[in-house]
Write a protein that binds this ligand. Structure first.
Ligand SMILES: Cc1cc2nc3c(=O)[nH]c(=O)nc-3n(C[C@H](O)[C@H](O)[C@H](O)COP(=O)(O)OP(=O)(O)OC[C@H]3O[C@@H](n4cnc5c(N)ncnc54)[C@H](O)[C@@H]3O)c2cc1C
Ligand code: SF4
Ligand code: SF4
Length: 451
């Protein structure tokens, strides 16, 4: 069983299917793809990630050994390596996928039904997470739907089922791979629910909201910025300031937001991927939108440690003119009557406060353990580090403390896609070792990603 259908889970499941091992891939989301399906381009190649992942998640790419379950979570696990019993709960989609033609009529008739814009557009009575979603069907959040009958009637093929109920099921499996990813730090909601801005300096140690995230529309997280860059995002691929719909002229990135911090709610570790994704976002801003847009990254250290990543950093600086400032700004302000954001900082060379104005500020938020996944890990008996990530063997980074349970991807700690993929294949090798091959007179399993 693979829990989590992001890139790590997909890769692990496809590897197992290729080795003719039966796999159940469960994901709590309506469709698989995880975080990567929400990104614009991905470093180090700056390719469109959706084009990379879509062929492998499509129905015809799954082969006979892979059983995918969306909207499904693990509710209980018993047994041990070689013979686990896993209880699953599948939430209703309220749409019969066999009947739905994905015509989009339900979404057209309910114009507020827009999704796939994390933090920038939370409205979503019905939704398809991304254009090539697997399965290729919409999903309805009935709790948000005011006119259930109207919604039901609008479907030309009678696929909408407002009274559908959750389903439960028990399955046996030999090994479990946890690939449920991680949350991203929420810069506006850590340890304090009071109105956040302006905020007394004495409150600063309790939260991370001094960057103005909740009050300033032009302060966005990296993931929101990726959605603004993306053709499938809320602005249809136009880079516009959320506050006034105008293209930005100056954009700043602030690194290590949530990571490498000592405040309440922050993590005392490096999230590994955010230096690279900030460089990527700055490059894409200048390359795809307007080479006149000034891009500045405020950083503590540039941790570009992957294969050829240093070249990527050099290209960002020399070819694309991305400006790097070695400093950690304390806050982001917008004084009354000013429509730009002010970032104040100091640098080693000049012992004075420098203040600059920007149209947008992107907070490079890192990874933290998801509370629900932590609970699942605890129920499985996994030992966890203080920050909540599962403990793994020093010489085997995918083996958890429980035999037969493996981890891969960002559930194991912040990392990028190449590292996630490497771990996924390692986890599938170990997990598959205890599972019998199932010969099937069915179609050949899919080729591995990247081949
Ligand atoms: C803004 C941003 C930009 C990035 N850009 C790049 C880039 O350009 N290049 C690069 O290499 N890396 C990039 N990364 C890192 C990359 O996104 C991650 O390395 C990768 O997505 C991790 O994959 P994963 O499968 O471990 O997790 P995820 O992609 O997060 O997938 C986890 C899956 O598990 C599911 N899940 C969660 N909880 C449960 C549960 N309880 N039960 C069942 N299912 C569950 C989720 O629905 C999800 O589908 C970026 C990250 C961010 C935040
Ligand atoms: S549920 Fe019906 S209306 Fe909505 S996309 Fe599917 S077929 Fe079309
Ligand atoms: S990868 Fe860079 S931005 Fe992210 S936590 Fe590490 S040093 Fe900070």
């Amino acid at each position: 069983m693979v829990v989590g259908g992001g890139l790590g889970g997909i890769r692990a499941a496809l590897d197992l299917a290729e080795a003719r091992k039966d796999v159940i891939l469960v994901d709590k989301a309506p469709c698989i793809g995880g975080l990567m399906a929400q990104l614009d381009r991905t470093f180090p190649t700056n390719n469109c990630d959706l084009c990379t992942v879509a062929p492998f998640t499509a129905k015809e790419g799954r082969g006979g050994h892979l059983d995918m379950r969306g909207l499904t979570t693990v509710t209980a696990v018993s047994g041990k390596e070689g013979n686990f019993t896993v209880s699953l709960m599948t939430a209703p989609r309220f749409i019969n996928v066999e009947k739905c033609t994905a015509c989009g009529e339900c979404q057209r008739q309910f114009p507020d039904c827009v999704d796939f814009a994390p933090g920038l557009d939370p409205r979503a009575p019905t939704c398809m997470r991304y254009p090539k979603a697997t399965p290729y069907a919409y999903v309805i959040d009935m709790a948000k739907c005011a006119d259930k009958e109207g919604l039901k009637k609008c479907c030309p093929v009678g696929a909408i089922e407002p009274d559908a109920l959750p389903k439960t099921e028990e399955v046996q499996c030999g090994s479990i791979i946890l690939a449920a990813g991680a949350d991203l730090f929420d810069p506006g909601n850590i340890g304090d629910t009071a109105p956040r801005y302006p905020v007394a300096a004495a409150q600063y140690p309790n939260h991370l909201d001094y960057f103005g995230y909740k009050n300033q529309p032009d302060v966005v997280t990296s993931l929101e910025y990726e959605r603004l860059l993306s053709a499938s995002g809320p602005t249809g691929g136009k880079l516009l300031r959320p506050s006034n719909g105008q293209p930005p002229k100056r954009v700043a990135w602030i690194q290590c937001v949530g990571s490498r911090g000592l405040q309440k709610g922050a993590g005392g570790y490096c999230s590994s991927a955010c230096c690279m994704f900030a460089l990527k976002e700055a490059i894409v801003t200048r390359e795809r939108f307007d080479s006149e847009i000034e891009t500045t990254i405020f950083y503590m250290d540039m941790r570009t440690f992957g294969k050829d990543y240093e070249k990527y950093l050099t290209r960002a600086k020399e070819q694309y003119g991305v400006r790097l400032v070695h400093s950690r700004p304390h806050d982001v302000l917008r004084p009354e009557g000013v429509d730009r954001l002010q970032v104040s900082y100091t640098v080693d060379a000049e012992p004075k406060l420098i203040t600059e104005e920007f149209d947008m500020v992107v907070l490079s938020t890192g990874f933290k353990m998801n509370a629900e996944v932590k609970k699942l890990a605890e129920n499985l008996g996994l030992e966890l580090y203080a920050d909540g990530f599962p403990k793994t063997d020093c010489f085997n980074a995918v083996a958890s403390s429980v035999p037969g349970v493996y981890v891969c991807g960002t559930i194991q700690g912040g990392k990028d896609i190449p590292e996630t993929m490497t771990q996924a294949s390692a986890a599938s090798c170990l997990a598959g070792g205890k599972v019998a091959v199932t010969p099937r007179p069915q179609a050949e399993p899919p080729a591995l990603m990247g081949q």
